[in-house]
Design a protein. Structure first.
Length: 498
């Protein structure tokens, strides 16, 4: 369905695309397409296109198709085997072509994610999926907790693996949950068309929907078991043992484990089966959670990152100004505060270390790309920018609001005769600009200029560091040096890597 994906000029490196579809997009200074294998990534690509705040992701499709989000309600859950679950969702005005899949959109502690599943059964009011449950699989964890009558969001039916509208004999080859699209195709194949279904499982306990398969008229059902028990007396072997069932004029539909799909296709090609009569779809297994520490450090799957980001923003915009105002009107800004000398000193420390985090996390993520935890923390930069700049702006405008003379004195020669006045004012102005533009609305309105404005962060960091260094040189200047060195090393690595 998707022919080409590109990123045009104007990317602001917001990382939305990489978060939604890391198989296709990688964000450095700008976003780039790192793979042209669009199969089974279609819904994520279209979602990334939709979520781009500056509309620089362009997707060329075979036909006009608009991404459509719909809601469905979980109506029924039923175990078909010990690890295969059948789920039915209620919706409305649902349409699909037998063989297509849908992408379910979900949200858990690691935030939003999606999974794609072939449609087994559907009509205008419902659709049914069969799902392989994996121990510690992310979707498995989600669906096990999802209760009946709960809502879920999904993207409309996608995929080019579709039943052909012909009267040719049809051979369906499936393994595991690859049986799902075959059931949908069998339901829509005319009764007078000859059909063969070849279904493989490892153990006989993995067989499901056998009676359903046998209920289709004019259909030969072959179920292969590769590791049967001693008491099993039916077909033993693999799907490739059934090549004699396929004639050169047959349409062959293959779905399941990628190794099986490739093997069966290769066998057909070696037998000179016409390529236009071979249709296939491989499925990928949902990611299994590794050891907890490894999952966090190397995969970057840190729970609650999105909520933590919003928590920091809420603290920045609501709690910090309220606390400063409270301490200011009670004239105890310079009293002892917990482990800090004063509350004012506490705020400056928070502002400084916040901006240090923002400046150091990006070069660290570029230098150690395999440690995905660093890449995940990059998404917190906006929140810590807001935290640092909000403190500077709160202190500046707080005094203006409490005392009009302070505002007037700001423009007097006395104010501008203090230590490094130009650098101080530069730090304050850039803090205000960064605070006002650290939001999605500004990204959309400013377009390519947003990224350019964000480069003021370097000015803010350096000017603020110079001012802070006057009072605490041993705490500030070594850290500034480390940040600058890391930034230079990261730039060198990026250039050498390219």
């Amino acid at each position: 369905m998707i022919k080409k994906v590109e990123v045009i000029k104007g990317c602001i490196s917001c990382r939305n695309c990489e978060t939604v579809c890391p198989n296709i997009f990688k964000v450095g200074k700008t976003s780039e397409v790192i793979s042209h294998d669009y199969v089974w990534n279609e819904s994520e690509i279209l979602q990334a296109e939709l979520m781009c705040p500056v509309n620089v992701i362009k997707v060329q499709k075979d036909w006009n198709f608009t991404l459509s989000f719909k809601e469905a309600i979980l109506k029924d859950k039923k175990m078909l085997t010990k690890d295969i679950l059948e789920v039915t969702f209620e919706t409305n005005n649902f349409t699909f072509k037998p063989g297509q899949y849908i992408s379910l959109q979900m949200k858990d502690l690691l935030w939003k994610f999606s999974r794609s599943y072939s449609i087994a059964k559907a009509d205008v009011w419902f659709f049914t999926l069969t799902i392989k449950l994996l121990k510690k699989g992310r979707w498995s964890e989600f669906i096990n907790k999802l209760t009946v009558w709960k809502k879920i969001t999904f993207l409309w039916a996608l995929g080019n693996f579709q039943l052909q509208n012909t009267n040719n004999k049809k051979v369906f080859v499936a393994t595991g949950t690859g049986l799902a699209p075959m059931i949908a195709m069998l339901q829509k194949t005319p009764k007078d068309v000859e059909k063969v279904i070849i279904f493989w499982v490892r153990y006989e306990t993995d067989i499901y929907n056998k009676k359903l398969l046998e209920s289709f008229e004019n259909t030969k059902v072959i179920i292969k078991v590769s590791q049967p028990s001693d008491s099993y007396i039916w077909e033993v072997g693999r799907v490739t043992d059934c090549m004699s069932e396929v004639w050169l004029e047959d349409e062959v539909y293959i779905c399941g484990n990628p190794a099986m799909v490739d093997s069966f296709k290769e066998s057909l090609i070696n037998r000179w089966h016409p390529l236009p009569l071979i249709f296939s779809e491989s499925f990928t297994i949902s990611r299994v959670y590794p050891w907890f520490f490894q999952d966090i450090v190397y995969n970057g799957n840190v729970p609650w990152v999105h909520f933590f980001s919003w928590f920091i923003i809420a603290i920045s915009l609501l709690v910090i100004p309220a606390l400063w105002y409270y301490f200011a009107i009670h004239k105890n800004l310079y009293w002892d505060f917990v482990f800090w000398t004063t509350f004012s000193g506490f705020l400056w420390d928070v502002s400084w270390w916040s901006v240090v985090f923002v400046m150091v996390i990006r070069p660290l993520a570029d230098l150690f790309p395999k440690i995905w935890l660093l890449g995940k923390w990059v998404s917190l930069r906006k929140a810590f920018w807001i935290l640092s700049s909000s403190i500077v702006v709160t202190i500046l405008f707080g005094w203006f609001l409490l005392d009009t003379n302070t505002f007037l004195n700001y423009f007097t020669s006395h104010k501008w005769s203090l230590n490094s006045p130009l650098i101080s004012r530069l730090s304050e102005v850039t803090a205000l600009i960064l605070l006002l533009t650290s939001n999605t609305f500004s990204q959309i309105q400013l377009g390519i200029w947003w990224k350019r404005i964000q480069r003021l962060s370097y000015v803010y960091f350096i000017s603020g560091g110079i001012i802070a260094g006057i009072y605490a040189p041993l705490k500030v200047y070594p850290i500034m040096s480390v940040v600058i060195i890391l930034w230079i090393l990261a730039q060198l690595r990026i250039k050498l890597w390219k």
